[in-house]
Structure formats: structure tokens, C-alpha cells
Design a protein around this ligand. Structure first.
Ligand code: UTP
Length: 289
């Protein structure tokens, strides 16, 4: 079945980026000239997704405003002949069919995904974390969809992380299937070093069977008192096939200061107008260090 729906989770509080995120959602912080969430939605669209549900909360109305029309601004830009700016502003509003649902309580990523059950219905769907941005030749969500279709399975995005960093992620128990794809046998959330299955961590992208909703419905709060998506995925991988895709490309956790700054540098370097300037600026600064 063709995968056309995606859920972008943006219901978290963003405490790692305070005070910046006290009034501005972390998904609205800019990387070069676009907010984080625009990169995420562009990845979904480039992967063949047409309908996107963003899970927000009461502090994130700037997100839905961003993907709306802005008649007063657009009229001003049109009458001033600022066509490039006008097109950039319009493009964001016409990017895809974007829907919103609020997570009324911050009960965890598993709960945020569960809020999408009516939007998704009985189809497989993609999940993209709204603060995880990727840079890849083939969009990472597309890489997952391709593997999910090939193996008739759910898929999680993975890359190896250093063993001493795995406690920040979910660790996967995997068996090679071919190329960059593995069969998922088990997983655990934020394991201690002695509990980890492997250095393959789940990183921010998923293609899931709708079965996950029934599973999440019955999932009790886990690590940190939140309903963990990983706990639901653990049950899902025992019930139906799941693969892990060691995706090609870079991934940035822009919800952390380091990830945000790395992404700022890398996306600025790739930017058509300022990339060359940024390269020279970095060289100049590096020479001074
Ligand atoms: P994070 O682990 O980044 O948590 O969530 P957070 O609350 O957003 O940020 P910090 O840790 O306080 O800085 C991972 C993903 O899950 C979403 C977040 O928006 C992010 O996309 N999430 C998390 C929700 O949508 N709802 C939640 O209740 C928790």
C-alpha cells in the first residue's frame, strides 16, 4: 500500500533549549533561513507524503500559523515587487495538506503518536520527530518507506552511535537482512551499558503499521513516567515484521544545543546564497583559533 500519511511530533516541552524555547517552539528556531520544522516537512514531501499531521500543544500555535496564508504580508510583498520573498512565503503555506492535533498533556512520544490514530486510520504511516532534521541525497523517510515496502514490514531509522552514548537512545537487537537493512528482534529504551543490545540506535524516523495504536492504547508509562514509543515498538516487532534501516545521510537532534549548532553550520554551508560566504567565514575563524 502506498504510504501517503505522516505524523510529525512537536508536542514536547523543549527543556534542553531553554531559555530560547520559553516562548518560541523549538521547531520554529531557524537553521539558516527556514525553521527546523520546515526541513522536516520538506523531507516528508520529498519522500512522497501528501498528508501530514503535526502533533502540537497549546504553546505551539506559531507552528500552525507558519503553514497558513499571511494576506497582509503577501499583499505588501506583491505591491513592493518582492516576488522571491512572496514565493517563499506562499510555498510554506502550500507545501502539503497539513493538519494539526493538540496533545493536551505532555505524556510522552508514544502518547503523541497515539493522538494520530483517527488521522491515520488503517494505513501504514511515517513518523518524523519534529526536532530531528536530516541531510541526505535520498530523503531518509523515503529510504525507510522503500525498505518497508520491500519487506512488507514496519521500519525504524537507525545509525550506530558510540557505546557510551547509547543510554540516550533506544538500542536495537538486529539481524542482517541485506544491504543496509536489518531485521529487528528486540529493543530497549535508554539502556545502561550492560543492558544494550547493540550500538544501533533508533534515530527519529519510523514507518509504522496502524497496529501500533492498539498497542499504545494499552502501554503503561515507562522511562521517565512517559508513554514511550519504544515500549510500543517492542511489542509491535514481536507481533509483526519490523526492519531497521541504517540510513545514508546525517541526522541532527536540533532539540539539543550541540545538534542545533551543527545543523546551523551544515545547512548554512549548503545554502545557495550564503554557503560560500559561510565557508570563508569558518576558515577565517578557524585560522584565528
Ligand atoms: P524529546 O525527547 O526531544 O523531548 O522528544 P522534548 O520534551 O521535546 O524536549 P526536551 O527533552 O524537554 O528538551 C522527542 C520528540 O517527541 C516529541 C517531541 O516534540 C520530539 O519531537 N514529544 C515528546 C511529543 O510530541 N510529546 C511528548 O509528550 C513528548
Amino acid at each position: 500500500m502506498k504510504i501517503t500519511k505522516a505524523v510529525v511530533t512537536a508536542g514536547g516541552l523543549g527543556t534542553r533549549m531553554l531559555p530560547a524555547t520559553k516562548t518560541v517552539p523549538k521547531e520554529m528556531l531557524p537553521l539558516a533561513d527556514k525553521p527546523v520544522i520546515q526541513y522536516v516537512i520538506e523531507e516528508a514531501v520529498a519522500s512522497g507524503i501528501s498528508d501530514i499531521l503535526v502533533v502540537t500543544n497549546r504553546a505551539k500555535s506559531a507552528v500552525d500559523d507558519y503553514f497558513d496564508y499571511t494576506p497582509e504580508l503577501e499583499e505588501k510583498l506583491a505591491s513592493a515587487g518582492k516576488i522571491e520573498e512572496l514565493e517563499a512565503v506562499r510555498r510554506t503555506a502550500d507545501i502539503a495538506n497539513v493538519f494539526y492535533v493538540r496533545q493536551k498533556e505532555t505524556l510522552g512520544l508514544g502518547h503523541a503518536v497515539w493522538r494520530a490514530r483517527r488521522f491515520v486510520g488503517n494505513e501504514p504511516f511515517a513518523v518524523l520527530l519534529g526536532d530531528d532534521v536530516t541531510m541526505a541525497d535520498v530523503p531518509v523517510t523515503r529510504q525507510l518507506i522503500d525498505a518497508a515496502e520491500q519487506y512488507g514490514a514496519s521500519a525504524v531509522g537507525t545509525q550506530r552511535v558510540p557505546a557510551d552514548a547509547i543510554s540516550k537512545y533506544s538500542s536495537l537487537k538486529v539481524e542482517p537482512l541485506g544491504g543496509r537493512v536489518f531485521r529487528v528482534e528486540d529493543m530497549n529504551e535508554k539502556p545502561r551499558p550492560e543492558e544494550m543490545f547493540s550500538e544501533y540506535a533508533i534515530l527519529g524516523r519510523y514507518v509504522l503499521s496502524h497496529e501500533i495504536f492498539d498497542i499504545l492504547e494499552g502501554t503503561s508509562p515507562g522511562y521517565g513516567g512517559e508513554i514511550q514509543l519504544t515500549d510500543g515498538l517492542r511489542t509491535l516487532c514481536r507481533r509483526s515484521p519490523m526492519v531497521a534501516v541504517d540510513f545514508e545521510g546525517r541526522r541532527y537532534d536540533t532539540g539539543s544545543l550541540r545538534g542545533f549548532l551543527e545543523a546551523t553550520v551544515d545547512f548554512s554551508l549548503k545554502h545557495a546564497d550564503i554557503g560560500e560566504w559561510m565557508r570563508e567565514f569558518i576558515k577565517k575563524r578557524a585560522g584565528e583559533l
